[in-house]
Design a protein around this ligand. Structure first.
Ligand code: ATP
Ligand code: MG
Length: 261
């Protein structure tokens, strides 16, 4: 369950080899709330998101400098095991990515089985059901748990991936454009789910859809780049309502009013 402390990012610089992709981020991400990240393509939203669970560095040559404190612990401290960080901070991607050969049941438990091999059948069934309920998918799949995950619709597959993510009981859930491949009805289902999930998790979502950001988030952060090859910056972060009605920064105002990007 979500840590009670904010995620504190200090002096974070994010590189791909020599290329500084995102420069000098300082931000606090509030617990048990939804933070949306918006900004034009290439400004570093996905890059930043992946530094919050140490997924960035799996790309060859990629690294980050600075501090990211989760529940008071710097996840970049050399003593910290990145595998453990990725368990505490789950991630949902743009394109639903269920394991193609696995049943619905096995998809939900995939991360759990990797993490702790010894879990009883009864405990596994209970966890599977609660995760599917948590992802608002249980009623739609309870009669076909042994059928392939790929047999679900796109929106159902995305909720299956959310169930898989929450089955390992993370504190934080990162989502990178989780609805961009979905129809409007499935999108609303995911948005409702995000809204419910914030009671238990700290959620950070990247979205290109500003209506979505304003519907689903409590806080919104705006990233921007000055030009190609320049690093992205977090320009402004504030309460979502303020960001969309009365942002402090002119760049934010231009972006949200569609004058740019
Ligand atoms: N694997 C990579 N190797 C090298 N450079 C990369 C890699 N991934 C992203 N970049 C670069 O880092 C910068 C930020 O990219 P990123 O994907 O984070 O942007 P984004 O804001 O998520 O964009 P979009 O809205 O299009 O998804 C871009 O200049 C991009 O070309
Ligand atoms: Mg992206």
């Amino acid at each position: 369950m979500a840590a009670p402390l904010p995620i504190t990012v200090e002096d974070l610089n994010i590189y791909y080899g020599d290329f500084l992709a995102v420069e000098d981020v300082n931000v606090q991400i509030m617990p048990r709330s939804v933070t949306a990240l918006i900004g034009p393509s290439g400004c570093g939203k996905s890059t930043f998101l992946r530094t919050l669970n140490r997924m960035h560095e799996v790309i060859p040559g990629a690294y980050a400098k600075g501090k990211v404190q989760i529940d008071g612990e710097d996840i970049y401290d050399p003593r910290v095991d990145p595998v453990n960080v990725r368990r505490r901070v789950g991630m949902v991607f743009q394109k639903p990515n269920p394991f193609p050969t696995m049943s619905i049941r096995d998809n939900v438990l995939a991360g759990v089985k990797l993490n702790s091999s010894r879990i009883s059948k009864a405990a596994a069934d209970e966890l599977m059901e609660s995760s599917l309920r948590g992802a608002n998918l249980w009623n739609e799949v309870k009669d076909r748990l042994d059928k392939p995950g790929l047999g679900l619709s796109g929106g159902q597959q995305q909720r299956l991936c959310i169930a898989r993510t929450i089955a390992v009981k993370p504190e934080v859930v990162l989502m990178d454009e989780p609805c961009s491949a979905l129809d409007p009805i499935s999108t609303l289902a995911i948005e409702d789910l995000i809204h419910e999930m914030k009671q238990d998790y700290t959620i950070v979502i990247v979205t290109h859809n500003m209506q979505q950001a304003s519907r689903v988030s409590d806080r919104t952060g705006f990233f921007n780049i000055a030009g190609t090859g320049k690093p992205g910056h977090l320009i402004e972060i504030d309460d979502t309502e303020k960001m969309f009605t009365n942002p402090a920064n002119k760049q934010t105002e231009d972006y949200i009013s569609g004058r740019f990007g």
